[in-house]
Design a protein around this ligand. Structure first.
Ligand code: PSV
Ligand code: MN
Length: 407
């Protein structure tokens, strides 16, 4: 997209949706920040199969941060990097190290970055018979200790946010006692909340399958919601786009959480088959999710305390990791811009008149048919950022450089 093309596109959008809506969309895109995961840059990504790493993939936390800094420089939207305790802060692969976390914090700062959300890593060695819902108290205590550590790191070096995802569950009916399993999880979560500073925000992630194929302990937003309500305080639900049954109405889940006034968060990605962790695509579903955030005044609200946490959880298999994450950020900005274009008053009028198809068309004109790339381009130009971060990345020669250096 050239500046000239952006200008013409913007005029067309103003004609259709009004100059005020286009301006508001541009401002919202400028303000939108999204965390990127340290794990996308390697070596821990790659999905479930094989150990393939694309040429130039990062080999250490320093190199991951180097790559993250490039993404932030090009997009201006990704200052925060999500970290995993046993991928980024460990010496022995079993416990977190405060010293390493401090070093990572310093290294991030040197590159203009900050540690974002901190995730305890429950799913590596030792949790095959569950973590927080294990029958063995010593197993539970081990993982609680790691969560408390994550809370401390989040407070001292991060954005006071931890995100919890548990691999707990089962593969066969009868394998575990479903009620005891849930009650143990609940008891340990409640105890954890007490051990972590009140101003550390805890988000609880649900997932309908995997690694459990018959059951997972927190399979859905309802279970996560019940647990977070029981935990109380600064606690919410984490919606990962890849963690539902096919064709789940995720925007409605978002709408429910907004209506309940719960401050929640996302792990953005795209799935086709299962929990694929692909780059974010500009799907109608994603745009509708953003519409719920806009109409619920969660996003683009002057009161930042109403805002949710926006994170990308992606670990691509085959594609270039930097392309993958730049693409995701770009697509999220596009979806937000689309959501900002909806004339809510006009929509309400149509709803009141029961004009079903006309309401649907008004929705789709913005969320599906509008080409909002000129809005996103304008937001970048106004911040003195490259108009096209992907093109700027390709032109920068950074990929050639890392492929040469990282053998
Ligand atoms: C689990 O599938 C998950 O979505 C959790 O958020 C983990 O932290 C992440 O993936 C690890 O890639
Ligand atoms: Mn996730």
């Amino acid at each position: 997209m050239t500046e000239q093309r952006a200008k013409i596109g913007l005029q067309a959008l103003e004609l259709e949706f009004g100059a005020a809506a286009v301006k508001a969309a541009t401002e919202a895109v400028k303000k939108f920040k999204v965390e990127i995961p340290s794990w996308i840059f390697g070596p821990f990504g790659g999905g479930r199969f094989g150990e393939y790493l694309p040429p130039g993939a990062a080999r250490s936390i320093q190199e991951k941060l180097d790559d993250a800094a490039v993404v932030n420089r090009l997009t201006g939207a990704t200052e925060f990097v999500a970290m995993h305790v046993l991928w980024d802060f460990t010496e022995d692969g079993s416990l977190g190290s405060y010293t390493i976390a401090r070093e990572v914090h310093e290294m991030a700062g040197e590159r203009g970055l900050k540690i974002g959300s901190v995730s305890p890593t429950y799913f590596l060695r030792g949790s095959h018979r569950n973590s927080y819902a294990a029958d063995e108290k010593s197993t539970c205590d081990h993982y609680i200790e790691q969560t408390v550590f994550a809370g401390r790191i989040a407070k001292d070096f991060g954005v006071r946010l931890i995100t919890l995802w548990f691999p707990d569950g089962s593969n066969y009916p009868g394998q575990i006692d479903l009620q005891r399993n849930y009650e143990t999880m609940k008891k340990n979560l409640l105890a954890t909340r007490q051990m972590i500073a009140d101003d550390v925000w805890i988000l609880l992630e649900y997932k309908v399958f995997e690694p459990g194929t018959y059951s997972t302990t927190i399979p859905d937003w309802g279970t996560a919601f019940a647990l977070t309500r029981a935990m109380g305080g600064n606690t919410g639900v984490l919606v990962d786009l890849g963690h539902h049954f096919h064709s789940a109405n995720i925007e409605q889940i978002v709408a429910r959480l907004v209506s309940e006034g719960m401050r929640c968060g996302f792990h953005f990605n795209t799935r086709y088959a299962a929990d694929d962790d692909h780059s974010v695509e500009p799907t109608p579903e994603m745009a509708r999710i953003f519409y719920e955030l806009v109409s619920g005044k969660v996003i683009a609200n002057r009161d930042e305390n109403k805002n949710w946490a926006y994170m990308i959880d992606q670990c691509s298999g085959r594609e270039n990791r930097l392309h993958a994450i730049i693409h995701s950020v770009d697509m999220l900005q596009n979806c937000l811009a689309k959501a900002m274009l909806i004339d809510r008053q006009a929509l309400q009028d149509l709803q009141a008149k029961d004009e079903i198809i006309l309401a649907n068309r008004l929705f789709n004109d913005a969320l599906i048919h509008a080409d909002v790339r000129p809005i996103v381009a304008t937001a970048r130009l106004e911040q003195l950022l490259p108009i096209d971060p992907m093109a700027a990345f390709i032109e920068s020669g950074y990929q050639r450089k890392i492929e040469k250096e990282r053998i």
